[in-house]
Write a protein that binds this ligand. Structure first.
Ligand code: PLP
Length: 394
């Protein structure tokens, strides 16, 4: 039997111990913990919809109409009019014939990959892909090949070595820990040359980038013939919970027949689907929110440059301050918390060793003054020597 307490102690010694903070009250730019209010720069609620009054009201109305629980899986009796309407609205949003709801993004990725890539197939993934994409490939039984981050030439090279069998290429659209965009047009060319499936997980792109917030693929002008599988989540810019896969009628029907993470699980509550429908409408109408968010990102990046701190190139709301060692990132996070600012330290294995970071995220719900407060706090902790471990980034 493994000695759990020794393993936990060792994890703690390496600065890799994870712990949860208990939040009282709703998610927002202000978060209450232990009776104290913090200014938060670490949620994925990019448009401020998680506690939007219209979304909350739609959730309430959904509860009145449908009750609390869905009672069964989608294929038994859990698939309501609300779920169905949400699927149609999501398909319309991403301009694809069909969309299929999954309970979470993690489950969507596992489900799709197990259907499209089986034993004998090969899955090619960006090294920086989200854990759920990597786990999806591992569970599928296919062979997993990881290519250098955003390097389509490296992908091409690795594909040459591939012999027979089905090929699936999968990438984040916007990388969750770095905030940079995948070169989706190049990847689509590579995929076409090798008759490979291309799957884009746009968890951090939808609602934020592209015309009308329609995501990384819309921004690059790519459609379903170039990228047959689009996965999106609903717990980030959309503010609620859940995920979907969008694509052709055949893809969606195949997932309904075969995706185990779709079939063998209880449908999410219909009231949640109703809340998400309202959130999706607000997201689609959110051009002003996106414009404000973009201006906050610029303001923040200019401020950070003036402080002489180093940020990798990202023009999305994900702005990682790379620190290096895990305990240095933890110290910096703690120093900011003392100043009333909440930003969590992201450490290995979520990010590569030596690149522990503060994953700063901005939201359209932030004000310019709040961004300035963050910049002031970063200046203070830097002056106090806490941020000196900050390393240059290529
Ligand atoms: C958050 C995230 C997921 C998982 O989605 P959940 O709905 O939270 O399970 C998948 N992929 C990426 C890129 C993500 O950021």
């Amino acid at each position: 039997m493994k000695d759990l307490s020794a393993t936990l102690r060792e994890r703690q010694a390496r600065g890799l111990y994870r712990s949860r903070r208990v939040v009282d009250g709703p998610q927002g730019v202000k978060v209450c913990m232990d009776g104290r209010e913090f200014l938060s720069f670490c949620s994925n609620d990019y448009l401020g919809l998680a506690n939007h009054p219209e979304v909350v009201a739609a959730f309430h109305a959904g509860l009145e109409a449908y009750g609390a629980g869905s009672g069964a899986a989608h294929l038994i009796s859990g698939h309501t009019r609300a779920h169905h309407a949400l699927e149609e609205e999501l398909a319309d949003f991403v301009q694809r014939p069909r969309a299929l709801l999954f309970s979470t993004g993690y489950m969507a990725n596992l489900g799709v990959m197990a259907v499209l890539a089986q034993r004998g197939a090969r899955v090619f993934e960006d090294r920086s892909n989200h854990a759920s994409l990597l786990d999806g490939a591992r569970l599928s039984g296919a062979r997993l090949v990881r290519y250098h981050h955003n390097d389509s030439a490296d992908l091409s090279r690795r594909l040459q070595a591939t012999s027979t069998g089905e090929i699936l290429i999968a990438t984040d659209g916007v990388f969750s820990m770095d905030g940079d965009l995948a070169p989706v047009a190049e990847l689509a060319d590579v995929a076409a040359r090798h008759a490979a499936w291309l799957m884009v997980d746009d968890a951090h792109g939808l609602g934020v980038v592209g015309p009308g917030g329609r995501g990384t693929l819309a921004q690059a002008g790519l459609d379903m013939t170039q990228v047959p599988v689009l996965m999106g989540t609903l717990g980030k810019a959309c503010g609620t919970f859940g995920a979907f896969v969008a694509g052709s009628d055949e893809l969606i029907e195949t997932l309904i027949q075969e995706a185990r993470t779709y079939i063998y699980t209880t449908a999410p509550p219909a009231a949640l689907a109703q809340a998400t429908r309202t959130a999706l409408r607000l997201l689609r109408e959110g051009d002003e929110l996106r414009a404000h968010l973009r201006s906050l990102v610029q303001r923040f990046r200019q401020g950070v440059a003036q402080l002489g701190l180093n940020l990798p190139g990202s023009d999305t709301p994900i702005q990682p301050l790379i620190i290096g060692e895990a305990d240095a990132a933890l110290r910096l996070s703690a120093a900011l918390r003392e100043r009333g600012i909440l930003i969590s330290a992201i450490r290995p294995p979520t990010v590569p060793a030596g690149t522990a970071r503060l994953r700063i995220t901005l939201s359209a719900a932030h004000t310019e003054a709040q961004v300035d407060r963050l910049l002031d706090a970063l200046d203070e902790v830097r002056a106090a020597g806490v941020a000196q471990a900050s390393v240059p980034v290529e």
